[in-house]
Design a protein around this ligand. Structure first.
Ligand code: MCA
Ligand code: AMP
Length: 494
């Protein structure tokens, strides 16, 4: 049984979702998702974990399709509308999706995929009312695959079961005191845990309302806030940075109106990347709120959080969430002494089941006694965890997105005039990090604008390098390995 969906029957007349100015009740969500589920089943009694990829804008259709896939026994594979076709095709091939659902605006983007045999293509606008029975779904069944960048090779599919997702939801709804009277604005992309679990699913679990804004727009967000309906907001630090910058540009009268609305909020959360202390302070001045910073990862949902009640310490991520076990370890996976720094390792029902079709990566991700190795390094001091960095310089966090330097390097090296390259994250106030690429050219016919337009078909906008330098050779150690920390300094000085 999928408790999230079962729960909805308790709230039938309440508003579940608002999108494009239309309100949908829980009853409508249940009715429409059932119709779609029956269409997906197409005469079968259960999809039995078939993968269903879907590309629709964030809004009611997204939620109805996600629930329909779950109700039909499928695994939901949300695609990202910012991805070029090559990234989308990679996910569809990797998951061996048997059904692709898309809305009309993505029809032409996806049209080259129509040559794939054994895949049913469905248009999200064309679902009709159908009668039929839905299968019983076991909560241990696989529910979702989200793609995440790693330190090796291509992005990996993170598989969570309904039990995993439920554990992630209940830990947050209890810790942050969600209730049916809450109303959240969802401005986050819906192919990551932050937007899917922390915002959408926690709201629907609680009988609350989730309003969608498909494209980030600071003015539009402030307009919605000033209607005094929204009382919970969650975003990445870059979004708070952008909201602060926009607020500072407004006339005093508009600033006051926004501040008055924000002061009435119940909760404002920041996560997915380190929250700069300056952003926390500036937002407090504007909104009166101490942002609640928490720490999570695609593989584990949320693990550590500042308290809902009690002091939210700037620069700290807080304490273990309920139901989540956290420890810090040395390089041999031994728990370290209090006050020393070590890798964050996690255990609990919240932790994912496996990397899709990649048992080797799954095995490598866990210790022998079953702890998930996050790769993040932290220290526990004065009752709170503080993140110090990551084990790998090859992981970049930009705008809240996790990006693999190696993935970008591999693509750059396949460009005609590039002999070698190295990619690093460069510290940036607004984006957390921006992507820097050092290029070693193999010919003087290289034109940077040609490279930039070539890359647009290969990478989503958030993975594009923003700074380029050109070198005769990359900085290397005696073993010949590129010294990325040195390269970071070179970018910094340029
Ligand atoms: C876009 N631009 C950038 C970047 N992205 N510049 C530098 N670095 C970047 N990463 C530039 C574009 O080129 C463009 O420039 C301008 O910014 C606007 O681009 P656009 O694509 O329209 O960006 P946006 O819509 O304003 O997006 C910014 C954003 C977005 C809203 C902060 O990045 C976002 O939604 N981030 C959230 C990601 C997220 O949810 N992560 C959670 C995953 P020009 O105007 O010059 O052309 S982590 C997770 O789920 C775990 C579990 C967790 O802990 O939460
Ligand atoms: P993702 O794999 O996209 O889910 O990103 C997870 C990563 O985001 C974590 O491994 C951390 O490196 C980073 N992260 C998430 N929340 C925070 C936070 N509050 N402070 C610092 N880093 C964070």
């Amino acid at each position: 049984m999928i408790t999230l969906i079962q729960n909805a029957t308790k709230y039938s007349d309440r508003i579940a979702v608002k999108s494009k100015g239309v309100s949908y009740t829980y009853q409508q969500l249940l009715y429409i998702s059932k119709n779609i589920a029956i269409e997906l089943l197409n005469g079968k009694s259960n999809l039995n974990e078939e993968r269903v990829a879907f590309l629709v804008p964030s809004g009611f259709d997204y939620v109805a399709i996600q629930w329909a896939i779950w109700r039909a026994g499928g695994i939901a594979v949300p695609l990202c509308d910012k991805h070029p076709l090559s990234s989308i095709k990679y996910i569809i091939d990797d998951t061996k999706s048997s059904i692709i659902i898309s809305s009309s605006e993505f029809e032409s983007l996806l049209s080259p995929l129509r040559e794939l045999t054994d895949v049913r293509f469905l248009a999200s606008e064309k679902f009709s009312n159908k009668d039929g029975a839905l299968p019983d779904i076991s909560s241990s069944q696989r529910a979702m695959i989200l793609y995440t960048s790693g330190t090796t090779g291509n992005p990996k599919g993170v598989v969570t079961t309904h039990d995993n997702i439920e554990a992630q939801i209940t830990s947050l709804t209890s810790s942050w005191q969600w209730s049916k009277n809450d109303y959240i604005l969802n401005v986050l992309p819906l192919h990551h845990v932050h937007g899917i679990v922390n915002v959408l699913s926690c709201a629907l679990w609680s009988g609350a309302c989730c309003q969608f804004l498909p494209k980030f727009d600071a003015d539009e967000i402030f307009n919605i806030f000033c209607k005094n309906e929204v009382n919970v907001f969650m975003a990445v630090p870059t979004i708070y940075y952008k909201l602060i910058a926009r607020w500072n540009e407004l006339v005093v009268e508009d600033q006051k109106k926004i501040t008055e609305a924000l002061k009435k909020f119940r909760l404002m959360v920041s996560g997915s990347a380190a929250l700069p202390v300056s952003v926390m302070k500036n937002w407090k001045q504007i909104s009166g709120h101490d942002l609640l910073e928490r720490y999570g990862m695609t593989e584990i949902g949320m693990a550590i959080s500042n308290p809902y009640e009690g002091e939210r310490k700037p620069g700290y991520i807080g304490q273990a969430l309920s139901g989540v076990s956290v420890r810090l370890t040395d390089e041999n996976d031994n728990q370290i002494e209090m006050g020393s720094s070590g890798e964050i390792q996690i255990k609990g029902e919240n932790v994912f089941k496996e990397y899709w079709d990649n048992s080797e990566a799954t095995q490598d991700a866990f210790t022998l006694d079953g702890w998930f190795k996050t790769g993040d390094v932290a220290v526990f001091e004065n009752g709170s965890y503080r993140i110090l960095g990551r084990n790998s310089v090859d992981i970049i966090k930009s705008g809240g997105y996790k990006i693999s330097a190696l993935e970008i390097e591999e693509i750059l090296r396949s460009y005609t005039h590039i002999k070698d390259c190295a990619v690093v994250g460069i510290a940036d106030e607004e984006w957390g990090e921006i992507i820097g690429a050092s290029l070693i050219l193999s010919s003087n016919e290289f034109i940077i604008d040609d490279l930039k337009s070539w890359l647009k078909d290969k990478l989503p906008s958030y993975k594009l390098p923003r700074k380029y330098i050109f070198q005769e050779d990359l900085p290397r150690n005696v073993m010949g390995k590129v010294t990325k920390n040195e390269l970071k300094k070179i970018f910094f000085d340029n």
